[in-house]
Design a protein around this ligand. Structure first.
Ligand code: ADP
Ligand code: MG
Length: 266
């Protein structure tokens, strides 16, 4: 059975994209079994920019440059859009690849069209029908909103991982996200939260207190914390995951712990 995991939180800058990249690449590097696909459904196309380059994410469009925008418009088959990205070997990991369904800045131009389309929130699920079973895990990097694109991710996936930055009032807005997940469950009853993950945690009173509050709220759903580390941020600039750029760092170890936990929860 394919596990499809949406990484969602309508708040921006909480680590959705960073976590999506590190989950997908870490899993593909062997921290989890099987084939992995990263779906970028964010018009910011940050995950695409990191793994496929800025030109793919924000450069001029060519007729042959297909993205998730064309998939959601039912103009292209995901199999023709998915790209295979090389992950270089490090001391700790052998060379491997990860598949990416890329986004582009212009995805923003179809949000209204999708919102008013009949069953516009089912487009991703419908499109992925044929190709999803080729993967063991599909990670979907959501945009910072609860709009039609995040809905497409939630209708398609069975699981949601919610990254939260414990430094910036993380609890505000989480009820809204939970409410949205509850609503989507009417159409997709298998959908559930499989983890709430503190990202960018720091050794400060406020950070520790909010992680405690998250534990009170979410109990067993609380995932191991990801510390705020330059090594994690820098991996983006290097166009790679933290396992590729700083495999021995405690940031990489923290992501490895979360992946292991997610595997156990599968
Ligand atoms: P989102 O996708 O939720 O908007 P991002 O993953 O893009 O958030 O992260 C926002 C910013 O924070 C990025 O510049 C990213 O490099 C940085 N960042 C994410 N996680 C960490 C971390 N654990 N430590 C330091 N910086 C981080
Ligand atoms: Mg993002």
């Amino acid at each position: 059975m394919t596990r499809a995991i949406a990484v969602a939180n309508q708040k921006g800058g909480v680590g959705k994209t960073t976590s999506s990249i590190n989950f997908a690449c870490g899993w593909a590097r062997g921290l989890g079994p099987g084939r992995v696909l990263l779906v970028d459904i964010d018009p910011q196309a940050n995950a695409t920019a990191v793994l496929l380059g800025l030109e793919s994410a924000a450069g001029p469009r060519h007729s042959e440059s297909l993205t998730i925008r064309e998939v959601l418009r039912e103009e292209a088959d995901p199999a023709d859009v998915i790209q295979n990205v090389d992950l270089q070997a490090t001391d700790a990991y052998a060379e491997t690849t990860v598949d990416v369904l890329p986004s582009h800045l212009e995805l923003a131009t179809i949000e209204t069209e999708l919102s008013v389309a009949f069953r516009g929130e089912y487009r991703l699920k419908k499109a992925m029908d044929g190709v999803a079973r080729e993967y063991d895990v599909i990670i979907v990097d959501c945009p910072p909103s609860l709009g039609i694109l995040t809905l497409n991710a939630l209708v398609f996936c069975q699981e949601v991982v919610i990254p939260v930055d414990p430094g910036v009032f993380p609890l505000i807005g989480l009820n809204l996200l939970r409410g949205t997940i509850e609503q989507v469950r009417e159409a997709n009853p298998r959908l559930h939260i499989s983890g709430v993950m503190p990202t960018m945690s720091m050794n400060t009173v406020i950070s520790r207190e909010t992680v405690e509050q998250l534990g009170d709220h979410f109990g067993d759903l609380l995932l191991p914390e990801i510390p705020r580390r330059v090594a994690i941020e820098e991996s983006h600039v290097n166009g790679i995951d933290v396992f590729g750029s700083a495999p021995g760092s405690d940031g990489a170890q923290a992501y490895a712990r979360v992946i292991e936990e997610l595997r156990n929860r599968g």
